[in-house]
Write a protein that binds this ligand. Structure first.
Ligand SMILES: Cc1ncc(COP(=O)(O)O)c(C=O)c1O
Length: 401
């Protein structure tokens, strides 16, 4: 029987931590109550578990528990934040500022608003993937109601200067939303220090279950009916997100957040050192390889590399038996093609077409890193041996990319 591939795609999703699963299990069978049932003990048990989960997630991000709204994940949180703010504040202006490298959940929510007559500014990033805070300042007008910028990019791991952007929006009374699905717990993040008004989180990116997430909404906004609810019904989550709460999911999300709060920074240091080990080995052994995205600060588990003179699709295909990685564009895998993130960073098509996102995680070992490095080195070597372009390069003939 062949060995299972090594998993190095933790930006896509993470396994549920065994400790998290153990915490969740009773809430499927014995403690199965509906947290909204106010008249009996089963409901009370479920409600108390939900409130513990809320406090645990709040503790990770520097929020108050009543500032968190549970959702089905970061996609829903992004939609609720952007569409909900737009709906609630459309009398104040109809302009939103975001960046070209945001996740599709943000970009497509903005497209939906454009269809309703909103103006959207999509900021360029530099070659390292950074948004310049000055460019944010220049984009703001008296019509701007929301700026939305992510914490860490899901493809290239680049970390944005949220504190600088938040200072600009706070000065002008413009709301600031952050998609913090990636890197939460590993990277510094505080809603107060960064002047963040709304933030999206996802449990399955941090060793919790799939199908549960949260939106942080600053208390002063909630008091003014911002954002407007996008899901109507029983008035759950202070009327901001109706629907029976996913109690086991929320319990798991809370447990995962608590583990991240206590262990995240140490884990980040370990991951960054394994990631650098992988990078150094690949750079030592393979010519014509480039790092996509700034080296630092960066999501500690992220390594995004482009390999020259190889066919990207073939590279992924030849790797997949031994290692599960994605191409840069895999986060929107419903739409294959060159990564819009790499394109926004100005990475030439020939390079972006052969890019790989390595996503290291909690259970990644040094032995796995060595095996993955050996495999990539071998596959790239093999593909280049059959590449006419590589042969041409070896003969000293320049290639005009
Ligand atoms: C930055 C970012 N935002 C949002 C999402 C969507 O999260 P979810 O799967 O919880 O809907 C993802 C997941 O790919 C992501 O990486």
């Amino acid at each position: 029987m062949s060995k299972a591939p090594i998993y190095m795609d933790h930006h896509s999703t993470t396994p549920v931590d065994e400790r998290v699963l153990a915490t969740m299990l009773p809430y499927f069978v014995t403690r199965f109550g509906n947290a909204a049932s106010r008249t009996h003990a089963h409901g009370k048990v479920a409600r108390e578990a939900v409130e513990l989960g809320r406090a645990q997630v709040a503790g990770l991000v520097g929020a108050r528990p009543d500032e968190l709204i549970f959702t089905s994940g970061a996609t829903e949180s992004d939609n609720l934040a952007i569409l909900g703010v737009a709906q609630a504040r459309r009398q104040d202006g109809r302009h939103i500022v975001t960046a070209r490298t945001e996740h599709k959940a943000v970009l497509d929510s903005c497209v939906a608003l454009e269809r309703e007559g909103w103006r959207v500014t999509r900021l360029d990033v530099d070659a390292q993937g950074h948004i310049c805070p000055d460019a944010v300042a220049e984009a703001l007008t008296h019509e701007t109601v929301l700026v939305t910028v992510m914490l860490a990019n899901n493809e290239v791991g680049v970390v944005q200067d949220l504190a600088a952007i938040g200072a600009l929006t706070a000065e002008r009374d413009i709301l600031f939303h952050c998609d913090a699905a990636q890197g939460l717990g590993y990277l510094p993040f505080s809603v107060d220090d960064m002047h963040i008004d709304l933030a999206s989180f996802s449990a399955h990116k941090m060793y919790g279950p799939k199908g549960v997430g949260a939106l942080y909404v600053r208390q002063s906004l909630q008091a003014h009916g911002i954002p407007a609810a996008q899901m109507h019904g029983g008035g759950h989550e202070r009327g901001l997100r109706s629907g029976t709460l996913n109690v086991p999911g929320i319990v798991g999300f809370g447990a995962a957040a608590e583990i991240m709060r206590t262990e995240g920074r140490e884990e980040a240091a370990r991951l960054a050192s394994l990631r650098d080990m992988l990078k150094d080995r690949l750079f030592d052994e393979i010519q014509e390889v480039r790092l996509n995205g700034a080296a630092s600060p960066r999501h500690p588990g992220n390594l995004n590399l482009s390999f020259g003179y190889v066919d990207g699709a073939r590279l992924l295909l030849d790797l997949c038996e031994a290692v599960s990685v994605s191409s840069g564009s895999a986060c929107s895998s419903a739409e294959p093609g060159p990564s819009y993130v790499l394109e926004a960073m100005g990475v030439p098509k020939d390079w972006s077409a052969a890019s790989i996102r390595f996503g290291l995680g909690r259970h990644t070992t040094a032995a796995e890193v060595r095996t993955v490095a050996d495999t990539v080195i071998e596959v790239v070597r093999h593909l280049r041996e059959r590449s006419p372009l590589w042969a041409r390069r070896a003969r000293g003939k320049p290639i005009d990319w």
